[in-house]
Write a new protein. Structure first.
Lengths: 237, 290
């Protein structure tokens, strides 16, 4: 099957500092792909590169179309939703306005209203906090808001940057539980970046391991889980 | 007592002008974190455009609408051509551009329309003052116009998709791009809108203070005081601050410092706010938990 997203010899960096040194990876249609690695390996930069938020060279295709070198807004309009590092909450705006912004590129009010209800199905807490200033939400609630905001774009590809970051284990479980449901229901392909390799390998089919800007291991998640060196360095048993 | 009431009412009338200009300042401040020192001169230029149209025989409200549209385009172009390359520049560079813009527009209006003080027509009936002498027709009319403008701006930002997009772009440009908002255009629209609001303020104040290339310099100072008083990052605060400064200025001018020293009131307010409550009365302290 043809992959939804494909990157070939992708380089990226910030000014003089090169972070990615020519990586190749693919995100299958309808699947969950995990991008693992330690701090500073280039995981966040990879997501930023897909969205045109950093300077890149190499080739990125979404479906049949090249998206490298396009403006972030244009890539988003083609159906790439990105839950960024730090969650990207609009602190000054209400929860409602944050969600409306998620659907900014869409016009059909009825569909948007229906999608709002579906999001409240996944995240009932967002309905309770609907009129509240988003900056007052807890970290977990902000993560839920960020995922709901991204899904309201009706994306083909969802990029999640460390959804577990800074959250209590129980909240992390809740969010990953919901992500499983989302994968079933929404038919969206997901590329998830995680330091917590256990969590990510649980929901992913494919995985890549990044080390200092290079992919060192790739393959089905189940195989990677069995890999001796991955287990010792990243899974901790 | 009647005198006080009279001063308060004309304070509200001039306050509505300050409120509009303060709102224009805040709009650009929220998006760029810079105060547009050229806001006043842009409004003066717009007022000259209106006068030229009126002298050419265009009816007042036609000239009004054309001026608002032309000012919008001018604001848009200033952002696209001058401010865009400055997006990542240090603060001082931006301040330099603002001051340069102030001087250039000021000199250009003087050069194009000369430095003679000109009268500017009012569209409102000038007969005997209304409300038994408290308010003139122009004061009432211009206050109404600015209130309508402020209300329209409020409704636009609160209840339209574009208004929400502009607020999002101002608060968090990175996230705004990630939901598909064209942040660059939102900034340009903000400049256009600010220029239009300034143009209306200029046209409303010109019949009172008369038109010359330096017409708005004092008004910009009052507006800046109003914006600071209300909170430079709060549109509602800036508007209320503008009205408050108008009333304070009139009362102080009549009873405390005399009309010659009125402008110092603005400076006193600026200093007091910065010393006592730098965030202003309604400046938002954003709560955030992580």
């Amino acid at each position: 099957m043809k992959a939804l997203l494909e990157a070939r010899s992708l380089h990226a960096g910030y000014g003089e500092t090169k972070v990615l040194h020519g990586i190749d990876f693919a995100v299958e249609q309808g699947g969950v792909t995990a991008l693992l690695g330690a701090n500073g390996a280039g995981k966040t930069t990879t997501l930023r590169a897909i969205c045109g938020m950093v300077r890149t060279s190499g080739e990125i295709t979404l479906g049949d179309e090249r998206i490298d070198g396009k403006a972030t807004e244009d890539i988003v309009q083609r159906g790439v939703a990105h839950v960024p590092d730090g969650r990207g909450t609009f602190f000054e705006l209400t929860v409602e306005e944050n969600l409306r912004l998620g659907a900014y590129t869409r016009r059909n009010r009825h569909e948007i209203a229906a999608d709002f209800d579906r999001m409240f199905g996944y995240f009932p807490r967002l309905r309770e906090r609907f009129r509240q200033q988003a900056g007052t939400l807890s970290g977990g609630e902000q993560q839920m808001l960020a995922i709901a905001r991204a899904l309201l774009l009706r994306p083909r590809l969802l990029l999640l940057d460390e959804p577990s970051f800074g959250l209590a284990p129980l909240i992390v479980q809740e969010i990953f539980g919901i992500m499983r449901r989302i994968r079933e229901d929404e038919g969206v392909s997901i590329l998830v970046v995680e330091q917590n390799a256990n969590l990510a390998l649980d929901i992913a089919e494919q995985a890549y391991l990044l080390e200092t800007g290079r992919i060192v291991i790739s393959g089905p998640a189940a195989e990677i889980r069995r890999d001796e060196s991955v287990r010792r360095s990243y899974l901790g048993y | 007592m009647e005198g006080v009431l009279h001063q308060v009412l004309s304070g509200i009338a001039s306050g509505s002008i300050y409120a509009s200009v303060a709102l224009a300042l805040v709009m650009i401040y929220q998006a760029t974190h810079h105060v547009n020192f050229a806001q006043g001169e842009m409004a003066t230029l717009s007022t000259y455009i209106a006068l030229t149209l009126i002298n050419a025989g265009v009816p007042y409200w036609g000239a009004f609408v054309i001026t608002v549209v032309v000012s919008f385009v001018i604001g848009l172009l200033i952002e696209r051509i001058l401010m865009r390359p400055m997006a990542n520049a240090p603060v001082l560079s931006s301040v330099g551009v603002f001051i340069g813009l102030l001087l250039i527009i000021n000199s250009c209006t003087g050069w194009l329309f000369d430095y003679m003080i000109k009268t500017f027509p009012t569209p409102f009936p000038s007969g005997p003052p209304l409300f038994s002498g408290y308010v003139s027709g122009h004061e009432l009319g211009s206050t109404a116009v600015t209130l309508i403008v402020l209300l329209a701006v409020y409704l636009f930002f609160r209840h339209t998709r574009l208004g929400l997009g502009m607020r999002a772009a101002a608060f968090n440009p990175v996230s705004a791009r990630l939901v598909g908002i064209r942040v660059g255009w939102m900034l340009a629209l903000g400049w256009g809108l600010a220029a239009s609001i300034g143009a209306i303020a200029g046209m409303m104040v010109a019949p009172v203070v008369y038109l010359d290339p330096n017409m708005m310099s004092g008004i910009l100072l009052y507006a800046f005081a109003g914006a600071l008083l209300g909170g430079i990052d709060s549109p509602l605060g800036a508007v209320l601050g503008g009205f408050a400064v108008g009333i304070i200025e009139n009362l102080a001018g009549a009873y405390v410092v005399g009309t010659e020293l009125k402008l110092t009131v603005a400076l006193v307010i600026i200093v007091c706010v910065l010393v006592v409550k730098p965030s202003g009365l309604m400046g938002r302290t954003v709560l955030s938990r992580v």
